[in-house]
Design a protein around this ligand. Structure first.
Ligand SMILES: Nc1ncnc2c1ncn2[C@@H]1O[C@H](COP(=O)(O)OP(=O)(O)OP(=O)(O)O)[C@@H](O)[C@H]1O
Length: 620
């Protein structure tokens, strides 16, 4: 009984955690009604115990069967018929019955007890583990509490620190802001300072430059003062000089007149000498062998004096046959005579052109005898031939003439006569125009070539440029027309127009500088045509000169282009200079002899006294 009475006690304490476990465990086996019945049956006195119709099996089943089915049966409990007290037998049977029931209940309960004990053990174990767990948790809780406490105190400390830090931070922020403001203002001040420094530097520089300027101005002012004094002095001198100039001007004019008349006298004298020398002059120039020709045999040439030579073929030297040929000219230029010496000798002819006479200088000789070298020259000033030197002389004299009141205009043209056709060497175009020799006026004293380019030349440099241009044109034509340069006559024409406004005089003159074609006779049929033309023009030249020599009424100028062109320079009013060029090669002896003979023929001719082309200028 005591063991059973404990059960309700456990069941009532529901709030205790252990009881809760027990209730759960018990609850899972007994329903609430079973428990009540159980309690009623076990707590009721045996005699008064109400009989229930619930069989023992039902109780047993009730421990396992779910509770809801039980309350329905509660209403069906039937009350057993009351046994009279005297009916001991019935009572005994009843008691036996009860005992049986109780015994089976007891067995059930015992089983139940076993189960409960088992459950209890489990619960106990569970309680123990829970207790140890609780202790552990308690300890943990205590530790946690301690930790929490520590953390709290640390938190407080940290909070305090944080507050301090916060405060300090705020303080720092305030200070930073202040510092930033100070920095910004410092930056502004610095940039201002830089600006001020730059201004200061500029001002310093300006100051020093101004100081220099002031110094320069001071020097200038001193200088100006000195100049002013000098200027005053000069003013006085100037006045004196003006008076002197007036006096000198009169003297200069007188001197200029004197100079002009002296120049005229000198010119007349020069021309008298020229006349005495003859208006046709012939010089012979012997060219030296070139380096490549040093081994070539030479014929014998003796320069007897300044004007005479004799030549003799080398094979006849020791023979009994006399083969010596002597020639006399106005001058002989040996192989050693320089270009300058040659020009000095012929410069009087250029002077004559400047004095107003028509002049013709031509080089005659066989191909390769040095005609072009004599007339045009080689490279470099020293090698300049007659043509460029004549121009230099003209421009030098122009200055002297200017001082005497003469204004000169020089025009130049370059032409070539090949196979009786005139070619303009200043016209580089392939299509040459037709060139005719025409009279300038009805008097027929002056001629011109139609469609021929005539360039005004202002300096000797201009002239050299034109000459080179003409030379190139001639070379191009020569390349196109195999050796044409040797087979054509080249003429540089210089027209001089002079005017003296003061003396009311003017004149024009022509200077013709001619490099004749090679005089040798043609050996091949290919050259026959050219040779025919050359020989014709050269023989016509010889005829003209002979006709002039013999004072013929008709001079056959028009028989060839060359003589026609040179008419004004060959006729009465002209001076002619012929340079016969020869070389000394033995194989050229025949041609040399021919050239020397032709030159002798020309030399024997004396043209009538030349007349200056002077005329009065119309009054201005
Ligand atoms: N006096 C001289 N001194 C030095 N070299 C000369 C002299 N004369 C001519 N020569 C040279 O001899 C060569 C022939 O001369 P150049 O060409 O003047 O002859 P050319 O008679 O004009 O010939 P071509 O009829 O073919 O034109 C040239 O190389 C020239 O430089």
């Amino acid at each position: 009984m005591s063991r059973i009475s404990k059960l309700p006690k456990i069941a009532t304490k529901e709030n205790h955690p252990l009881n809760r476990v027990n209730t759960r465990l018990i609850g899972s086996g007994l329903s609430e009604l079973d428990r009540k019945n159980l309690l009623t049956n076990h707590t009721r006195p045996l005699g008064n115990a109400p009989t229930t119709s619930v069989p023992a099996q039902r109780l047993k089943r009730a421990a396992t069967v779910p509770a809801p089915s039980v309350p329905a049966k509660k209403n069906k409990v039937t009350v057993a018929p009351k046994i009279p007290p005297y009916d001991y037998k019935a009572r005994f049977n009843d008691l036996l019955e009860k005992h049986k029931v109780m015994k089976s209940d007891f067995i059930d309960l015992k089983d139940k007890h076993g189960e409960v004990a088992e459950d209890y053990e489990k619960v106990k174990n569970s309680v123990e583990s829970c207790t140890s767990e609780r202790d552990m948790l308690k300890e943990k809780l205590l530790n946690s509490l301690n930790d929490l406490r520590e953390k709290c105190s640390e938190h407080d400390r940290l909070k305090l620190d944080f507050d301090i830090q916060k405060h300090e931070n705020e303080d720092l922020q305030r200070k930073t802001k202040l510092l930033e403001e100070v920095t910004t203002s410092l930056k502004q001040k610095t940039s201002e300072l830089d600006r001020v420094q730059t201004d200061f530097n500029n001002l310093t520089r300006r100051h020093s430059s101004l100081r220099e300027e002031i110094e320069a101005l001071r020097v200038l002012s001193d200088h100006l003062k000195r100049i002013s004094v000098e200027y005053d002095k000069l003013q006085l001198d100037y006045k004196e000089a003006l008076e002197s100039i007036k006096k000198y001007k009169g003297d200069a004019e007188a001197l200029q007149n004197m100079l002009a008349s002296m120049y005229k006298e000198q010119r007349d004298l020069r021309n008298t000498i020229q006349d005495l020398k003859g208006n046709i002059r012939v010089y012979c120039r012997v060219r030296p062998p070139l380096e490549s020709e040093l081994n070539k045999p030479l014929f014998n040439l003796n320069v007897l004096d300044a004007c005479s030579i004799d030549v003799e073929k080398i094979e006849l030297l020791n023979s009994a046959r006399k083969g010596k040929h002597s020639f006399t000219f106005d001058g002989i230029f040996t192989p050693h005579t320089s270009q300058e010496d040659v020009f000095n000798e012929v410069s009087s002819m250029v002077q004559s052109a400047l004095d107003g006479y028509n002049v013709c200088i031509f080089a005659y000789g066989q191909t390769g005898s040095g005609k072009t070298y004599t007339m045009e020259g080689g490279c470099g000033k020293e090698q300049y031939g007659i043509i460029p030197r004549a121009f230099n002389m003209i421009f030098t004299c122009m200055e002297d003439l200017k001082r005497m009141g003469w204004e000169l205009t020089i025009r130049a043209s370059f032409l070539e006569i090949y196979n009786e056709i005139i070619y303009d060497l200043l016209n580089s175009s392939k299509d040459q125009m037709n060139h005719e020799i025409k009279m300038v006026d009805s008097k027929g004293t002056d001629l011109y070539v139609s469609n021929l380019k005539q360039e005004e030349v202002k300096s000797s440099h201009d002239f050299i440029r034109l000459m080179i241009f003409a030379q190139r044109n001639r070379q191009t034509a020569a390349t196109l027309n195999n050796e044409r340069s040797s087979r054509s006559h080249s003429v540089a024409q210089i027209k001089i127009s002079a005017i003296n406004e003061k003396r009311k005089e003017r004149y024009t003159s022509n200077l013709n500088l001619v490099d004749l074609a090679g005089s040798e006779s043609g050996k091949t049929t290919q050259r026959m045509d050219e040779t025919k033309h050359i020989n014709r023009s050269l023989s016509e030249l010889s005829k003209v000169i002979l006709s002039l020599q013999t004072n013929q009424s008709h001079i056959p100028y028009r028989n060839s282009k060359l003589t026609h062109l040179l008419m004004p320079s060959l006729g009465g009013n002209s001076k002619t200079l012929m340079l016969v060029n020869i070389n000394q090669f033995d194989n050229c002896f025949g041609e040399t002899l021919n050239s020397l003979r032709f030159a002798t023929k020309v030399n024997s001719c004396r043209i009538i006294k030349a007349k200056k082309n002077l005329s009065m200028v119309d009054p201005l």
